[in-house]
Design a protein around this ligand. Structure first.
Ligand code: FAD
Ligand code: DLZ
Ligand code: SF4
Length: 512
């Protein structure tokens, strides 16, 4: 029995179920760079370079270990341009009896793979992706019968199940969650360590040249390129994070500083999502540092919650709710994404900073994605399809299983509150408190109305007003509606006037 084992760009791990019974002398492993996957959305150039370089390095490692590897480069003249057609090509030239894959991270691709067996006339086996700590079946069992799913409850179950930060059946330190200690605004003069940098080798340089030739019109800066592209390098990035950034991760988790794109975050999502790192080893590295007295509990718990809690939770929701999740638009948002999401050309300094950093790095940290870019998309009522596509394109860690629940559920409340208990809507005050962006802005965060006013201020109340029917029964929104109802009619009409002028301007693609 000769098996073709197909490995996707985000499956670069020897622990994959699709490799577990691979026979070096008989089986073939296929990785392919294909136009269809690179362009079904027009991915950021740095994301493409990262994926292709990491794929090439992984293929080389497998080859060096004695596996028979077939690798299709994007510019290979034989390349037929899609995963299916590349698999078909291998079947025409190799004696293959069956195909084995690990479950892909996108519904679209799963449905496509489901058609292969019939089209190719060869058995196709899709195995579970055991890199995750909660299987889709286990999540389904947990979710069954619950009207609303809360990450915190799920997270506690996962802590117990995997014995993470537990002591005699109780959470270490007595609390499950130390978030109340994790909301410090940035203080002046923070000494933020430099991020992990990996210099491109010959393989990466070749990929960079290819991407610049083939995908020059895609969004984003290709260079400088500094991501890890092998497991060994990703492990160095993890070690550096634990030593240098993790101790302050908790304190400044929500803080934003102009020209400091990396803050105290881990920048490990690229490696976790492509298989170069495994979630449990990142969690264990953090717990070990805590046990060794090198990292405080609020930072350790906060970091672990992101991986053991949020990451697994959003994946569970994605597979539980697809394909209907992709259609959700509870607030009936219908605006187009403004052009400045691509150019950064806006006087709103917070948005400008976050877009430009995204363009440079194919990265923005969580609070930039959530409370600046996401908050704007929510308040401005941008259509979920437009927002989902943007987030899937621009971040090097973006695959639909993780991108979509964060966009549709977390930022846009488009699922009506299935993932988040209330919309993460905020006025300029929040951004002012958690960043230093406002001091360099043309708009004044202290002004609530008029041309100089911070647009987040009136857009926030416009959002509250226009979504009343959908949101006022949410008990976590009731204080907002009471405040809104206490406003004078004059104040409310000023909010409407300013918001309308703002929306007219962005609709006409005029500078704002
Ligand atoms: P850290 O802050 O250091 O967190 C550690 C790890 O926890 C991350 O590497 C990530 O694996 C995990 N994590 C943290 N928050 C989340 C979350 N909300 N959902 C899932 N995992 C989480 N993350 C992605 O990996 N891919 C995406 O496409 C993506 N899109 C997002 C879109 C929006 C609108 C929002 C609000 C968040 C999105 N996130 C996404 C989650 C989060 O912002 C990123 O995981 C994080 O910014 C990656 O940077 P980091 O590795 O420095 O994370
Ligand atoms: C995102 C992406 C890109 C850009 N290119 C490829 C590719 O050339 N070959 C491949 O196998 N996968 C690619 N991917 C990842 C897939 O589009 C898809 O997002 C994931 O495999 C889902 O698990
Ligand atoms: Fe952003 Fe408003 Fe602050 Fe300007 S004033 S940076 S638009 S929050």
């Amino acid at each position: 029995m000769n098996t073709l084992r197909v490995i996707l760009a985000d499956q670069l791990s020897e622990t994959l179920t699709s490799l577990e019974d691979a026979v070096k002398s008989k089986d073939w492993i296929l990785l392919c760079e294909v136009e269809e996957e690179a362009t079904y959305v027009r991915h950021h150039k740095k994301k493409l370079a990262f994926l292709f370089s990491a794929m090439r390095h992984f293929a080389k490692e497998l080859q060096e270990k004695g596996f028979q590897v077939l690798y299709t480069k994007l510019d290979d003249p034989e390349n037929r341009g899609s995963l299916f057609s590349e698999v078909e090509r291998v079947l025409n030239t190799h004696p293959i009896d069956q195909i084995v894959l690990t479950h892909p991270g996108e519904y679209r691709l799963l449905k496509e793979i489901d058609t292969w067996e019939e089209k190719l006339n060869v058995p196709v086996e899709v195995r579970p992706d055991t890199r995750f700590l909660c299987s889709t079946e286990e999540f389904g069992r947990w979710a069954r019968g619950r009207k609303q799913l809360r990450m915190e409850n799920f997270y506690r179950e996962m802590r117990k199940k995997h014995s993470i930060l537990m002591e005699n059946g109780q959470p270490v330190g007595g609390e499950w969650n130390y978030d109340s200690e994790n909301r410090k605004p940035p203080k002046e003069g923070l000494q933020i360590p430099s991020p992990f940098v990996n210099k491109p080798d010959e393989i990466t340089k070749e990929v960079i040249e290819l991407i610049s030739k083939r995908f020059d019109s895609h969004f984003g800066d290709l260079e400088p390129f500094y991501f890890a592209v092998t497991r060994k390098q990703a492990l160095s990035a993890l070690k550096l994070f634990v030593e240098e950034r993790l101790p302050s991760f908790g304190d400044y988790q929500d803080a934003m500083v102009q020209n400091e794109p990396w803050m105290y975050h881990s920048h490990l999502s690229f490696y976790l999502n492509t298989g170069l790192l495994l979630p449990l080893e990142c969690i264990q590295a953090a717990e070990d540092a805590y046990q060794a007295g090198k990292v405080p509990l609020n930072a350790t718990e906060g970091f672990i919650r992101q991986i053991l809690g949020w990451r697994e939770f959003v994946r569970g929701i994605y597979w539980l709710k697809m394909p209907s999740y992709a259609e959700k638009n509870y607030l009936q948002a219908d605006r187009k994404l403004p052009e400045f999401f691509w150019t950064g050309e806006t006087k709103m300094n917070c948005l400008k900073q976050c877009v430009l950093e995204t363009k440079q790095n194919a990265y923005a940290h969580h609070i930039q994605r959530l409370m600046v870019l996401g908050n704007f998309a929510l308040l401005a009522g941008i259509h979920p399809d437009e927002v989902n596509e943007w987030y899937l394109i621009v971040y090097a860690d973006a695959f639909e299983w993780v991108e979509m629940p964060n966009v549709t559920g977390m930022i846009l409340f488009a699922d009506g509150g299935y993932l988040a208990s209330k919309p993460y809507a905020a006025s300029g005050n929040y951004i002012h408190k958690m960043s230093d962006y406002c001091k360099n802005c043309t708009y004044k965060v202290s002004k609530k109305s008029g041309e100089e006013a911070c647009p987040f201020n009136y857009l926030y109340w416009n959002f509250i007003g226009r979504n009343r029917k959908k949101l006022e029964t949410n008990h976590r929104m009731q204080m907002m509606y009471r405040t809104y109802d206490r406003m004078s009619e004059e104040k409310k009409s000023t909010i409407e006037r300013d918001s309308e002028a703002f929306f007219n301007t962005i609709e006409k693609e005029e500078p704002i």
